[in-house]
Design a protein around this ligand. Structure first.
Ligand code: ATP
Length: 269
């Protein structure tokens, strides 16, 4: 059990340290009839510690991630999230609570809107913990360690509105980790950052000992050996069309993009 998990040991009866995701013919159709993801069957086990999801705009990456973290329910097929021998169905309200504890969410909108209302980012992270009756000494330890890891200590007393984009991305990840989830689902955690900031955010995220499933358009990032991305899913036209190691996934994706580009050129000719 890691340091953060040990802090929560008294709060949660089973502070799971890993989760397995099972999708069995899981699909999502939005209310307006748009297909988010076609029927998809895949397992993500704890040995796939870091899983990247790549694909063109509108391919279905966000929909897939939201099925994994329970933000969206499958409209057909099933999603099961398993921890410590118990399988949870995020479509069931009681189970969804457990899923929300197990899987932290980092959204591309970065930090939650509520964070802007707090006097400081320290208070923004502290309030939800306080609401969950985490004792003061534990809250201080959690926030102190997260802020040290994510290089936020120097701006702890600043309001969220004073942070630059890199720090906001880091804060979004720290916020997702504050309740010590077993895994993190991150939708484009480095979106909109320059190369230097992007590398710093990726380093902070991947040097943290958690399972991470994340979407990205940054194909350089996923092949960097220091980030140890073990598995990449390529999503195209609402389907997972490739599932494998980073280098092969990037080659596959590059060919896919090229063929689409050529087809579009042909259409224009
Ligand atoms: N709230 C929604 N209502 C209706 N259709 C949606 C909604 N969200 C997404 N879609 C549609 O579902 C499909 C998959 O979208 P999704 O956002 O999952 O793709 P994505 O790969 O994450 O795209 P991007 O890289 O542009 O963020 C697209 O056709 C999109 O238009």
């Amino acid at each position: 059990m890691g340091f953060f998990d040990s802090l929560f040991a008294g709060k949660r009866s089973t502070p799971a340290s890993s989760v397995t995701f099972h999708l069995d013919q899981a699909a999502h159709m939005y209310e307006d009839g748009n297909i988010g993801l076609e029927a998809t069957t895949l397992d993500i086990t704890p040995d796939s510690k870091r899983v990247a999801v790549i694909g063109l705009n509108g391919a279905g990456k966000t929909t897939l991630l939201k099925l994994l973290d329970g933000a969206l329910a499958a409209t057909s097929g099933t999603v099961r999230i398993e921890a410590d021998g118990t399988a949870y169905d995020p479509a069931v309200k009681r189970d969804l609570k457990h899923v929300e504890d197990l899987v932290g969410r980092v959204r591309r909108e970065e930090i939650p809107n509520a964070y802007y209302k707090a006097a400081s980012i320290r208070e923004a992270i502290d309030l939800p913990l306080k609401k969950h009756k985490v004792p003061e000494s534990e809250r201080q330890a959690i926030i102190g360690n997260l802020f040290a890891h994510f290089d936020l200590a120097s701006v702890a007393r600043e309001p969220a509105s004073a942070l630059d984009s890199e720090k906001r991305h880091l804060l979004a990840i720290a916020a997702a980790l504050s309740f010590s989830p077993a895994a993190i689902v991150a939708d484009e955690p480095t979106k909109g950052l320059d190369e230097v900031a992007s590398a710093r955010v990726a380093k902070a995220l991947f040097s943290y000992d958690k399972q991470v499933m994340f979407a990205t358009h940054d194909t350089d990032l996923i092949v960097r050996p220091e980030y140890a991305i073990g598995r990449v899913l390529v999503v195209d036209d609402h389907r997972v069309v490739f599932d494998g190691v980073p280098r092969e996934a990037v080659d596959f994706y590059t060919d896919l993009v090229r063929s689409k580009y050529e087809a579009a050129k042909g259409d224009r000719a």
